[in-house]
Design a protein around this ligand. Structure first.
Ligand code: HEC
Ligand code: HEC
Length: 387
């Protein structure tokens, strides 16, 4: 209930929600602050799907101990844990092999991207998901998978297919598809077009100034937020896209009113800078010259966001990409990916076909017949690592 209140307040008054008492400086700051609440905790009423249809509450109640939860990439928000729980966790005194511990973590609202209601008898009565499930991770400061939230960082450990496949409601055929995806991948069109070809969960940071979101540039960030909240998370709201033949209507709309705050939060998320010492600065400077010159990268990865997305999209054949995903989209083309914190999210390209930045460079060198020397390629990799 509280999060719906947050959402309602965000929509009506653009007031901060979540206990902050300071007077915010500007409307943009207030909107971003309430957008953070939406991003982290709002389910848009998707419990109806995750609880009543998928019965994830029952699955988690009986079968998902914290070790299992961490193994499918779920993250624990250490800042939501009381000091005594945190201390016990650090001392190894908490049973990570018991589903009851998962219930406790859910009760503390400490599982990133999962919103559950737990009754007095410790039964999970409702289960829902938020944007943070796929687009936040943690800094592992307590242990692997347990730490402070890093919003906007794609959770490449998360295995959404494996999680959905746990549901008793999915058919054997669906289960085979979900189980085929693997960590860091999700297919946000499978339930619409029945085709199977997951894409990498992208970063949600570093998008300020980029007018088209997603690998195929189907619309702006707000468009995609509505698409994913309503057609994938199964939040309550109205969404239609005649290009895709999708029309969803709901009696109550818990999505559209909060999208402006949500977008404002996303656009406020900066790309995380490359860690000190993670690249060779002199080589990166030489690599920049290759990027701008012999590599011809700048012809598409232009401007401060390293993309021409505000001007044009590209045919799959422009860069030698598998056309499959583009053909399932509204635009049938690929957006030049804005280059941001590449060091943070290998593998690369929409389908993860390049495991490393060296593989990215080799792909272009071969496909575009660039004839780069080994030195030029190495320097270019250093430059890409620095972005
Ligand atoms: C189940 C995992 C999942 C959830 C939940 C999810 N997303 Fe995504 N998100 C994805 C995937 C996969 C893509 C890539 C889709 C594409 O490019 O076609 C994506 C794309 C995006 C992008 C575009 C990034 C770019 O480079 O342009 C943004 C922004 C985004 N999501 C924000 C959100 C927000 C906000 C929510 C909550 C309303 C959300 N996502 C919920 C998986 C998820
Ligand atoms: C003709 C336009 C074009 C040129 C030239 C081009 N790119 Fe790209 N780049 C794209 C497109 C389109 C994508 C998205 C492809 C996909 O996801 O399948 C992309 C994706 C990428 C990615 C993946 C980013 C991520 O987060 O997954 C990297 C890295 C990259 N390009 C680097 C380069 C480098 C280095 C060069 C020069 C050697 C270059 N690009 C030349 C259009 C271009």
């Amino acid at each position: 209930m509280q999060r719906f209140l947050c959402a309602a307040i965000a929509a009506l008054a653009l007031a901060g929600c979540g206990g902050g008492s300071s007077v915010p400086a500007s409307n943009a700051a207030i909107t971003a602050a309430s957008g953070q609440q939406v991003f982290r905790y709002d389910t848009f009423g998707d419990e109806a799907f995750w609880t009543n249809t998928l019965h994830m509450n029952q699955v988690v109640q009986t079968a998902v101990d914290p070790t299992t939860a961490l193994s499918v990439g779920l993250k624990v928000d250490a800042d939501a844990l009381p000091p005594d729980v945190l201390a016990a966790l650090q001392a190894g005194q908490i049973d990570l092999k018991s589903p009851a511990t998962t219930v406790t973590l859910l009760k503390l609202n400490a599982v990133v991207g999962i919103q559950a209601t737990v009754d007095a008898k410790n039964n999970i009565t409702s289960f829902g998901v938020s944007c943070a499930l796929c687009h936040s991770t943690v800094d592992n400061r307590i242990a692997k998978g347990i730490g402070s939230r890093l919003d906007g960082w794609p959770n490449r450990d998360l295995n959404p297919g494996a999680i959905i496949a746990l549901s008793p409601a999915v058919t054997a055929a669906q289960k085979a598809v979900y189980s085929s995806w693997g960590p860091g991948r999700y297919d946000p069109r499978f339930n619409e077009d029945g085709k199977n070809g997951p894409v990498l969960i992208p970063p949600a940071y570093g998008l300020a100034g980029v007018n088209l979101a997603t690998y195929t540039g189907d619309g702006d960030v707000g468009y995609w937020n509505r698409y994913v909240a309503i057609t994938q998370m199964h939040g309550m709201g109205n969404f239609s896209d005649p290009r895709l033949g999708i029309v969803v209507t709901a009696a109550t709309d818990l999505v559209n009113p909060v999208v402006p705050a949500l977008v404002s939060y996303e656009l406020s998320l900066p790309k995380p800078p490359a860690p000190g010492g993670s690249y060779d600065a002199a080589a990166a400077a030489r690599g920049q010259a290759v990027f701008n010159g012999a590599g011809r990268c700048l012809s598409c990865h232009s401007g401060t966001t390293f993309t021409d997305a505000n001007v044009t999209l590209h045919q799959p054949s422009d860069t030698g990409m598998d056309p499959g995903w583009a053909l399932r989209s509204a635009t049938k083309e690929y957006r030049t990916t804005p280059l941001r914190a590449l060091w943070q999210h290998p593998p690369y390209f929409h389908d993860g076909s390049a495991p490393t930045l060296a593989a990215v460079v080799d792909h272009y060198d071969t496909y575009l017949n660039l004839g780069l020397s080994a030195q030029q390629k190495g320097d270019l990799v250093q430059y890409l690592t620095s972005l």
